[in-house]
Design a protein around this ligand. Structure first.
Ligand SMILES: CC(C)(COP(=O)(O)OP(=O)(O)OC[C@H]1O[C@@H](n2cnc3c(N)ncnc32)[C@H](O)[C@@H]1OP(=O)(O)O)[C@@H](O)C(=O)NCCC(=O)NCCS
Length: 409
């Protein structure tokens, strides 16, 4: 077993950290921009390196964001940059970095942590549960016809430079309406969302940005790239690869989708991360023309402090439940709780009394944003209760709108 030291990196270790990080994902460091991105987004105190001597053989980082939850927001510790060198795998390095990372998050007052998982088998053990799902959808542009009565306006193309000023206010309108979305700093807009260097393009064009405008200002935008390709008959068959369609009104939504499915020479349209309850298909003459290529787990939530986290969100029904939480990796969180909701506002406390529900911590994380299916977890044996108690918990946590996380981190 190698001797490993775990510590935050120093300022001059960013190039080595960035290299170790991409190496851990089996790719090369794209360019100096990438190191700058890591330096800007993860200040030293939010990084963790696993060092064997001077060499970084494992990486971890935190990302401070505000997450929209039902009826409000909560600070979230984003868990990211998780890698261990292939030569050091399965020796417990990730376990130790996760322990230190979560200890740090608790010390800094975070009640939840969240991540996007490269593999869905890794994070349940630590108590992270799948809180949002998303769809990858594709369509053939000529098949997309909107039903009568759907209002569609022209949209305006803007430059990426202008987008840095125009898009954030639109995003900030949508953010508080959508559980699972997280706040974006100016640096995040510049270095992630609208970053247009060669390594971001992956063989596609530079970014295109269009906005839908109203007399009160823009209320929707789309960001996309084209990818070259041939159609079945050998003619040009480009694909519109959409990064984001973010809309604060149905009119903006229909107008932007109409635009995206009417670009001459680009017959194929693909959005990698659609809301699972997106109304696009319902606006079409032929709903089946939208193909769901895959549905995937998006944001995973780990509840670090059950009472604080559950009291921070609002509920669409009143009622109370008593439940016991289990997770071997987070013994401090284990125990019994009572959640009581009146007028949508919750109080939550630890209790000594018997509970009629027992739940794994990852399942509680999955229910937290209102999208999780307690009855499905009951069927899977991961929530233990009688059917009535499980149905009550299901209704209490569930929200009418599905949560959605629109960007990976
Ligand atoms: C995923 C990764 C970080 C695991 O690191 P590691 O140091 O080998 O993990 P550990 O040895 O600490 O293992 C911790 C536990 O997770 C399990 N585990 C680790 N990787 C796993 C995987 N890919 N799938 C399922 N289980 C996994 C281990 O079996 C171990 O389980 P145990 O505690 O019950 O014995 C490493 O394989 C890696 O760098 N992968 C490529 C990059 C990547 O996918 N990162 C995740 C980004 S979200």
């Amino acid at each position: 077993m190698p001797e490993i030291d775990y510590r935050p990196i120093a300022e001059d270790e960013y190039p080595a950290f960035a290299k170790a990080l991409v190496d851990g994902f089996s790719v090369d460091v794209p360019d100096d921009d990438f190191t700058d991105l890591i330096r800007t987004i993860h200040p030293p105190e939010r990084t963790l390196g696993a060092f064997e001597g001077d060499e970084i053989v494992g990486t971890f980082a935190g990302l401070a964001v505000d997450l929209t939850i039902p009826g409000g927001t909560i600070p979230m510790e984003g868990t990211t940059a998780v890698t261990v060198f292939p030569t050091h795998r399965r020796m417990g390095l990730m376990n130790e970095m996760m322990r230190l990372h979560l200890e740090n998050a608790v010390d800094n007052g975070y009640a939840i942590a969240g991540l996007w998982a490269s593999e869905s088998s890794i994070y349940g053990r630590y108590g992270y549960g799948i809180a949002t799902y998303a769809d990858t959808i594709t369509m053939v542009a000529r098949d997309i016809r909107f039903r009568d009565g759907i209002d569609i306006d022209r949209v305006r193309r803007i430059s990426v430079e202008d987008a840095l000023a125009v898009l954030p206010p639109v995003f900030d309108k949508v953010l508080p309406q959508t559980s699972g979305m997280y706040s974006r700093s100016t640096e995040w807009w510049e270095l992630e969302v609208l970053h247009d260097t060669d390594w971001r393009k992956r063989g596609r064009t530079s970014l295109r940005v269009v906005v839908h405008e109203t007399p009160d200002g823009p209320d929707g935008y789309a960001i996309y790239r084209h990818e070259a390709g041939d159609s079945d008959d050998g003619h040009s068959g480009k694909t519109v690869h959409i990064d984001e369609v973010t809309t604060a009104s149905e009119r903006a939504h229909a107008s932007l989708w109409s635009y995206l499915t009417n670009i001459d020479g680009s017959p194929n349209v693909r959005l990698w991360n659609s809301r699972i309850d997106d109304p696009l298909a319902m606006k079409l003459v032929e709903p089946r023309r939208i193909k769901v290529d895959s549905q995937f787990d998006a944001l995973w939530i780990l509840i670090l402090d059950v009472t604080t986290a559950l009291e921070a969100r609002r509920y669409e029904q009143d009622g109370s439940v008593r439940f016991a939480v289990t997770n071997a990796f987070r013994p401090d969180v284990e125990g019994s709780y009572e959640l009581a909701v009146t007028g949508g506002v919750a109080s939550c406390a630890r209790i000594e009394a018997e509970t009629d529900i027992s739940v794994d911590l990852d399942v509680l994380g999955a229910l937290y944003l209102g999208g999780g299916d307690a009855l499905g977890y009951l069927a899977a044996g991961r929530l233990r209760a009688d059917a009535r108690a499980a149905a009550h918990m299901h209704q209490l946590f569930r929200t009418a709108q599905q949560p959605w996380c629109n960007q990976v981190f």
